[in-house]
Design a protein around this ligand. Structure first.
Ligand code: KIV
Length: 271
């Protein structure tokens, strides 16, 4: 089976095949997700928190994103589409810089598409310019973490009291489709609002905390693998408890080393 393309993802809405998407940041997990036939791997700026231990995504740089795209694309050789996330301030300054930076994720990171957040007039111009040069773009609306300070925190959007109203989100989604996005991430949006957006578009929506009516779903890989500590958002389902498994393995290893049980001669070279 050939690798998935952005155009394939766009067509999945018509055929009704739901789209699976996970974040990935390194080679080893990418090989596993690729073998599991996850449709899309996002080298997300959530690497700020998951890989680098930062409080937000804001300190992720384009160079970091490129390096992790290189690792993930080396692992996802057979199936998954790899999307490079455009970090804070790698877009939003001038259109030329935005296109050049999107191009670096493709040329140097070997990503096959890029994602950026928001749907302001400036963003729509940038998206048109990136698509025009031949790079597929995924949009992202709702709770857009790079704008969390503006939104008043990491809050559900599309409620009457939210920064972005339901009507604004529907309009944003339509504008992103018109600007040429091949799909749109809907983050932290009530399921009925996500349904209206999904029904209003020809391109697929991929939800994270946006309910079951989206055309696909995305989760942060460390969340669904059960590695993350602290607050677990309502929408996160854990499919494994790797933290427990890895903790036990590490403790068992330390104990065996301390007690001289490892390595036995079985694990040693002969003379
Ligand atoms: O950066 C990221 O991981 C994301 C997903 C949460 C959609 O944007």
């Amino acid at each position: 089976m050939a690798k998935i393309t952005a155009f394939d993802i766009q067509k999945m809405k018509k055929t009704g095949k739901k789209i699976s998407m996970l974040t990935a940041y390194d080679y080893s997990l990418a090989t596993i997700f690729d073998e599991a036939k996850i449709d899309v791997l996002l080298v997300g700026d959530t690497m700020g928190q998951t890989i680098y231990g930062a409080d937000t995504t804001l300190e992720v740089t384009l160079d970091m994103s490129i390096r992790h795209c290189q690792a993930v694309t080396r692992g996802a050789k057979n199936y998954s589409l790899v999307i490079g996330d455009m970090p804070f301030l790698s877009y939003g300054l001038t259109i030329d810089e935005t296109v050049a930076n999107a191009g670096k994720l493709i040329k140097q990171g070997h990503a096959e598409a890029v994602k950026l957040e928001g749907a302001s007039e400036t963003r729509l111009k940038e998206i048109r310019a990136i698509v025009d040069i031949g790079i597929p773009v995924q949009g992202h609306i709702g709770l857009i973490p790079q704008s969390a300070y503006k939104l008043g925190g990491y809050k559900v959007q599309g409620k009457p009291e939210s920064f972005y109203t339901e009507d604004e989100l529907i309009q944003q989604a339509k504008s992103l489709e018109e600007a040429g996005c091949f799909s749109i991430i809907l983050e932290a949006i009530p399921h009925d609002v996500a349904k209206k957006i999904t029904n209003a578009l020809k391109i697929p929506t991929i939800g994270i905390g946006a309910g079951p009516h989206c055309d696909g779903q995305v989760l942060v890989c460390y969340d669904m693998l059960g590695c993350t500590t602290g607050h677990k958002p309502k929408f996160v389902k854990t499919y494994a408890n790797l933290r427990k498994t890895i903790l036990k393995a590490a403790k068992d290893y330390a104990k065996e080393v301390e007690e001289g049980e490892y390595p036995t001669l079985e694990y040693s070279y002969g003379g």
